[in-house]
Design a protein around this ligand. Sequence first.
Ligand code: ADP
Length: 380
Amino acid sequence: METKEPHILLIEDEPDVRESYISMLDMLGYNADTAENGMEGLQKVMSNNYDIVITDLNMPVMNGLETLMRIKKKAPQIEVIVMTGYATIDNAISAMKQGAFDYITKPVSIEHVKIVLSKCHQQIEAHRENKKLRDLNTRLSELNELKDKFITITTHEIRTPLAVLKGYYELIDLQIDRKADPELDEYMEIMSGTIQEMIEMLDSMHDLSNFDKAIREYKNSEFDVNKILESVYKEFKVLFDQRNISFYLSPENESAIVNADPALLKRAIRELTQNALKFTDKEGTVTLHLKKIPLKNKVFLMVEDTGIGIPAHKIDLIFEPFYEVQDVMYHSSSKTGFMGGGIGVGLSLVREILNTCAGEIAVESSPGKGSTFTIILPLS
Ligand code: ADP
C-alpha cells in the first residue's frame, strides 16, 4: 500500500510547549503546522487539507473539546488526537465520546505519541484505500450498465434495418427464377446465409443482455441429466456427421439426478457441444461423457474434443463476455463450420447458468490436441 505523509495541525496555546512538541514530531519524522488556539485552529482547518489535528484540551478562547466538536462537524474525515493532563482525564474521555481518535496524556511520552500517530496514520490510509475501492466499484458498475445499455440499443437499432433487408430479399426471391441462373442462385444463397448469420449474432447479443432476467426466473427441479445429454446428442449428431467428425455419447447406466433448471442446463451443454463442433477439424472426435462420483455426491458432465485446444494462459479469459482466442477476422461464416463464427458469449452464459444450480466448470486443454470442458453438479 502506497502511503502519503499525513498533513498534521498542532493546536497548543503555550509557545514553549508548542515548540517542544514540534521538535518531537520532527524527530518522529512528521511535519506539522501550528495554531495558538482553537479559533485559529478552526480557521486553518477550513483552508487546509489536514489529515490529523492534535489539540490541547485546556486552552483559552475556545477549549479543546469545543474545537474538536467543531472540527468534526465541518470535516468529519479529520482524525483528532487530544492532549490532557492526568488530572483532567475525564475531559479526554468526553473527547473520545465526541469522536476523538485517541488521547495523549501530559507530560507526553515520545513513545506513546509515536504509537498513537502511527495507529492514526494507518487508519487514515485504510480509509483512503477503502474509498478508492468503493469509487472504483461504483465506476465499474456504471461502466457495466453502460455496456448493457449499449448492447440493448445496438441490438434494437440493427434489428430494424436487418428486418427490412430480409423482407426485400424474400420479395426478390419470390420474383426471380433462381434455378434458371446458377450464378444468381449462388449469390442469393450467400445473401440469405449472411442475413441469417447477422440475425443469429443479434440473438446472441440479445441473449447476453437479457440473460440476467432468464437467470432470475430460473426454476430448478429434479431430473436425470442422462436425458439432457441424450437429447443434445440427438440434436447435434447430424451436424457432426456433416463435418465428418465422430460423435459419441457415453452415458452412465444408472440415473444421475440433479436439481437444476433443465432448459438452462441443456443450453449450457449445447454451448459446450457447439464449441467442440466449431473447434474440431474433420476426422476428429467429440464425446459427451457422464460420470457419477457418489462418494463426493457429484456428477461430471464432460464434453471432450480432439480439436485445436486453448493455450493455458487464455483459459481464464474465455469465460469473459466477447472474448475469443482466435483472431475474429478469420471466422468462417458458419456457426457450425470449423472455426465458425460466434461473438464470444457462450461460455460466459454457461458460467452464469452454473451459478443457478451450485455447479462449477473445469477446463483441461492442450493446444493442438484438444479440450475437455467438465460441468460439475451436486447430485440430489
Ligand atoms: P464463441 O464460441 O461464440 O466464440 P464462447 O464464449 O463459447 O464464444 O467461447 C469463447 C472462446 O473460447 C472461443 O471463441 C474459442 O476461442 C475458445 N473456445 C471455447 N471452446 C473451445 C474448444 N472446445 N476448443 C478450443 N477453443 C475453444
